[in-house]
Design a protein around this ligand. Sequence first.
Ligand SMILES: C[S@@+](CC[C@H](N)C(=O)[O-])C[C@H]1O[C@@H](n2cnc3c(N)ncnc32)[C@H](O)[C@@H]1O
Length: 205
Amino acid sequence: MSRGPRLLPTPVGLELLGPTPPDWDGVFGAAGPLELEIGSGYGHFALGYCERHPAARYVAFEWRKKWARHVQAQADKRGLRNLRVIEGDARLHVPRLFKPGALTGIHLQFPDPWWKRAHQKRAVLTPEFARLLLQLSAPGGKLDLRTDVQELGELMLETAEAAGWVNPLGAGVFHPADPEEVSSSRERRYLAAGEPVYRGRLETR
Ligand SMILES: C[S@@+](CC[C@H](N)C(=O)[O-])C[C@H]1O[C@@H](n2cnc3c(N)ncnc32)[C@H](O)[C@@H]1O
């Protein structure tokens, strides 16, 4: 993901980052479900999902400034008032950004694999972070995991389930593809190439 749009000059989402959670009703100008995406990349999922679910209030973290600013600009261009992109490290800011029980949905799609030693410092779904996400989720809150790497999919399911997320299909079971759902930027490539995608759909009780 090194090529892509030029870097737009204005940072996005930094005003939301503080020691305590923002007033999300005020930020979005409406009450409603609150969803989080970690690593939105080029943003096909965030943009498509927000178009399809106008009542959802969607906070997307992307630490690559170029992509974060591009996706926010696209949302603004399309008049999507329910998407706010934040350029920054989700692992650092998520703990302070949401009150316990605030999140109705969390999306982590095609995170960079972290079993290589060099990648481990970039891992998102560590056991500790999976427990934190559970605490921040509302009863019935959903965790949407996707990857093209089976081993990583299995590890993410194991980590989330060990943290207390419930897999309605049974421990370690991947969710079948749903042709109606919005695909992420990466996912489009894999599906077009006929490559497998491994999905986890977990929830809180
Ligand atoms: C492989 S890409 C997948 C992008 C998108 N989810 C998709 O499916 O097309 C992973 C993305 O996560 C971002 N990312 C990784 N760790 C992050 C973190 N801790 N905070 C914010 N963004 C992160 C990367 O910059 C990259 O854009």
